[in-house]
Write a new protein. Structure first.
Length: 431
């Protein structure tokens, strides 16, 4: 006689599986068990789905996508403005709402991107999208569409970081903030208190091409050009309409340990700009310096820039016979500003995390500092485009990432006795 032994684990599994098959078979054969069999099928399907999910997760781990969601954060900012002036109507505008994403794709590769919804989301602008490849403190690689390191506002232009409602005129008509371009370069902190960035990027476009604007291929985009009223600003076109025949080198260095509370910054830019549309290159050089200083309740900043444009006369000759640009390009652009503010609650000795900053800002703006020989300065209804402006205002921060602003400006234009007055209100926030 033979006996079956149930002490081995293998035999126990065989018997258990057999009993399970028998019970399922009986259940399927009996109408009284029909509901239970359907429930069993549902549970089996659910278990199969869980197993598939585990397989997908395992595959994600193999390709390095473990917990990408936990290493991705969303940020952004926005601002609404009310703008009034003495020679025009009062306007209201949700100027911009920005959504940004930072993702740690690996411990040494980070993604940063921002999309800007402007003027009540009627315009969409791609602010930037680039990869930071982190190698060491002294030298790291950045590649993609990036904000250019020119001046102290272009890279970090969130509205709670400056006191006026609108960006200062210097950062609009001299250094065009915000300004991005596509390229690659290095950045780092070689020693404590010194930061640098240097990139090779697609250059400004000083003359319009003949292709379709927005054709998405960059061949002959017709939206980029220099002009008298705001210098190089219109030359910083979106990548999908940019001609990429010319490239530029741009860089910046910052020094923050020279003196307590003081930061000095220096920026440069150089590149040809005519993109092969005329024989002349239109080489453009920007030299910029800025400073920030804070000592307790006292806070100030200043910036100065000079822009030299070669072949401006040839550009104006081109624009005189071609649509899409104006024949008033200067061969030198110059501007500077100085701003001082008081952190009032700190001055009064109040213990609070709120901040109230009355400020005064002076700016000298010269988009046509010097014209090429034979070219008359640009005028708008008889008024020169060169001017100086005094702005007084106040910024109240109930919390660190929210600002309520108000300011009043008086613009004095050259070659005219008249002035323009502006009044602005704003709401700004970051998240």
């Amino acid at each position: 006689m033979y006996y079956l032994s149930f002490e081995g684990g293998k035999m126990k599994k065989i018997v258990f599986r057999g009993l399970l098959v028998l019970l399922v078979s009986l259940g399927l054969a009996s109408p009284a068990w029909s509901a239970d069999s359907k429930e069993l099928e549902r549970r089996i399907d659910s278990l199969a789905d869980e197993l598939d999910s585990m397989k997908v997760d395992k595959m994600s781990r193999r390709i390095g996508r473990v917990d990408v969601q936990s290493r991705t954060s969303v940020f952004g900012y926005g601002e609404m403005h009310i703008n009034g002036q003495s020679d025009g109507p009062t306007r209201i505008d949700n100027h911009r709402y920005v959504i940004g994403v930072h993702s740690e794709l690996a411990s040494w590769i980070h993604l940063n991107a921002e999309v800007d919804f402007e003027h009540g989301a009627q315009e969409i602008d791609f602010e930037f999208g680039y990869l930071d490849i982190l190698l060491n403190d002294s030298a790291n690689v950045r590649a993609g569409v990036m904000p250019l390191p020119v001046g102290n506002l272009n890279e970090y232009h969130e509205p709670i970081l400056f006191w006026s409602v609108e960006r200062p005129e210097f950062q609009t008509k001299i250094i065009p903030s915000s300004w991005n371009a596509g390229g690659i370069g290095l950045f780092g902190t070689p020693t404590e208190g010194i930061n640098y960035r240097v990139f090779v990027v697609n250059s400004l476009q000083s003359l319009p091409g003949s292709g379709d604007a927005g054709d998405g291929i960059g061949n002959g985009g017709r939206t980029g050009f220099f002009r008298g009223t705001d210098g190089i600003r219109k030359g910083r076109v979106s990548l999908n309409t940019a001609v990429a025949a010319d490239f530029a080198v741009v860089g910046r260095a910052e020094f923050s340990k020279l003196y307590p509370g003081l930061q000095l910054g220096f920026s440069f830019y150089n590149g040809n700009t005519t993109q092969g549309l005329i024989n002349e290159d239109g080489n453009t050089t920007i030299l910029e310096a800025d400073m920030k200083y804070r000592n307790g309740w006292f806070d100030m900043n200043a910036a100065i820039a000079n822009i030299d444009i070669q072949d401006a006369a040839a550009m104006n000759t081109f624009c005189a016979t071609n649509a899409g640009c104006t024949n008033d390009i200067a061969d030198n652009i110059f501007g500077w500003n100085f701003q001082a503010g008081v952190h009032l609650f700190q001055l009064m000795g109040k213990s609070t995390t709120q901040d109230l900053i009355p400020f005064v800002l002076y700016e000298k703006i010269r988009p046509q500092d010097r014209m090429p020989s034979g070219t008359a300065p640009k005028t708008v209804t008889g008024t020169s485009v060169n001017f100086d402006v005094v702005t007084v205002g106040m910024s109240y921060l109930p919390v660190a990432n929210v600002a309520l602003k108000a300011d009043f400006s008086v613009l004095n234009f050259e070659q005219t006795a008249g002035t323009t007055e502006k009044f602005n209100l704003g709401v700004a926030y970051m998240y």
